[in-house]
Design a protein around this ligand. Structure first.
Ligand SMILES: Cc1ncc(COP(=O)(O)O)c(C=O)c1O
Length: 475
């Protein structure tokens, strides 16, 4: 029997009051942050202290501000133009609204009848991707993030290329994949989950331009074969996470074709450049890929997390999992495009298609072009600016919205890394700017990713000045 407490928890009037209040707070957050009115975009708190706060938090001992407002205040503000660290999009508000609706409706999506609208919309969204790529017979689905998406695509690769049926019979030989040493760590993780082991992840070096050495692919392939591995796939990064540099996808695809390998592109970050008239050239060769993944929550402005797993051939998008689940569907052999659990890791899945569709519906495809183009332009502009400052150096010419650089002004060579580490730490704790760091060829670099279309050269100039001020105190 339902209790008064349960009635209260589902009370629609209470929801309306709290919901209206929350929307007002988020609107205020957007106004303060997108315009950069808030001086700080984060208030740094030590992890133990933050944990202690929430461990003892109750509405009674913290009557104001509300719980939601407290979370808002104690979270990093991705929408601030000074937030140029990691690759998470400042969510387009209409996409956040779609997520709210999805969260409340909670349509499970595993089978069509548990998510009619979202399942049909998912097909529309997938066609939007495959048609833009230029695949006539493409297909795919959405899943929970780039990591899971890469794993799903690589399982499809294994199904297509391994000479035995590993899904049903288990491993009977050593498999391998070829991937750039600069690829995102989740590719390595996926391969280990698939049982390839460390030796089955053949890391191909990058050149001075940080692209995979296409000229070395055959050598690494031959060596792996000689060592008893059956190589199933080669992976191109579009771009790699640390550098923002796109691999030569044409070159990688030619190699894949010559050796009958699956060609997968990790386009979690920059696959969305297909929508940019100015930057789509970076993805030349994409049509020859067997699979590609593209994150919505990176370069497409959707809320987290939603990733498109796309296949050149429809049949491959159904091949990864072949499992009986009679309680969900009657026909195991029927592809049923609308019963997505046949194709995704998830059984219950959020209505993630709404997050893309809401943007498309409101602003059209032009939004994605404007978004990617503006952000990549910002990366190029910052990279150019730094070249004009003799006390800074860039690691490489920016190709996207990721820029790696460091402060060098009068710092002895041996101390450059330590000084830049200290700069990054001071910036983090200060909270006015958020940038991150990376390691390239064994050396530490500061790293920025321009994710906010409202970040301008005025903001980056302020960052440069701030770094100088910090550095002068350190050196
Ligand atoms: C190239 C690349 N692949 C995969 C991922 C993982 O994606 P997700 O964070 O959506 O799991 C990232 C994340 O930064 C990435 O940059």
């Amino acid at each position: 029997m339902s209790t008064p407490l349960l009635h209260k928890a589902y009370d629609s009037r209470l929801f309306s009051e709290q919901g209206n209040d929350l929307i007002q707070q988020i609107s205020h957050y957007l106004e303060q942050n997108t315009t950069g009115q808030n001086k700080k975009m984060n208030t740094w708190v030590d992890p133990q202290e933050e944990y202690a706060f929430w461990k003892t938090y109750t509405q009674e001992n913290h009557p104001t501000p509300s719980f939601f407002e407290t979370v808002l205040k104690r979270s990093i503000h991705i929408h601030h133009p000074h937030c140029i660290g990691h690759q998470v999009a400042p969510t387009v508000p209409v996409s956040a609204l779609a997520t709210l609706l999805s969260a409340q409706l909670n349509n499970g999506m595993a089978v069509y009848e548990m998510g009619q609208a979202s399942s049909a919309i998912e097909r529309v969204v997938i066609e939007f991707f495959t048609e833009t790529i230029g695949w006539k017979n493409g297909d795919g689905f959405l899943t929970s993030g780039g990591t899971l998406a890469n794993l799903t695509a690589l399982l499809a690769a294994r199904k297509a290329k391994a000479s035995s049926d590993i899904w049903n019979d288990g491993h009977d030989r050593k498999l391998a994949i070829l991937v750039s040493e600069e690829a995102h760590y989740c590719v390595d993780r996926s391969a280990r989950i698939m049982g390839l082991g460390e030796a089955g992840i053949v890391k191909v070096p990058v050149g001075d331009n940080y692209k995979i050495r296409v000229d070395l692919l055959q050598h690494y392939y031959d060596q792996a074969t000689k060592d008893g591995f059956e190589v199933i796939a080669v992976i191109g990064s579009a771009p790699s996470t640390s550098t923002g540099i796109y691999d030569d996808l044409e070159g990688v695809s030619a190699f894949a074709k010559a050796n009958n390998l699956w060609f997968h592109i990790d386009g979690a970050h920059g696959g969305a450049a297909i929508f940019s008239q100015k930057y789509k050239y970076l993805l030349k060769g994409i049509t020859k890929a067997d699979s590609i993944i593209i994150d919505g929550h990176k370069m497409m402005g959707t809320s987290s997390i939603t990733t498109a797993v796309l296949f050149k051939n429809t049949a491959d998008s159904y091949a990864t999992f072949s499992q009986k689940a009679q309680y969900l569907w009657e026909q195991n052999d029927d592809p049923d495009w609308y019963n997505y659990a046949k194709r995704t890791f998830e059984c219950t899945k959020s209505m993630m298609s709404l997050r893309f569709y809401a943007i498309l519906n409101a602003y059209g495809v032009a939004f994605f072009d404007d978004f990617v183009t503006t952000l990549y332009d910002s990366g190029h502009a910052f990279s150019e600016t730094l070249k004009n400052h003799s006390d800074f150096e860039i690691a490489l010419e920016a190709q996207s919205n990721i820029v790696c650089f460091r402060y060098t002004g009068g710092v002895p060579e041996a101390q450059i890394q330590e000084v830049n580490k200290a700069i990054r730490k001071t910036l983090l704790e200060d909270g006015e700017f958020y940038i991150v760091s990376t390691v390239l060829k064994g050396e530490m670099w500061l790293r920025t990713t321009f994710m906010n279309p409202f970040t301008t050269e005025t903001h980056t100039q302020k960052l440069v000045e701030k770094i100088r001020t910090i550095a002068k105190k350190i050196v």
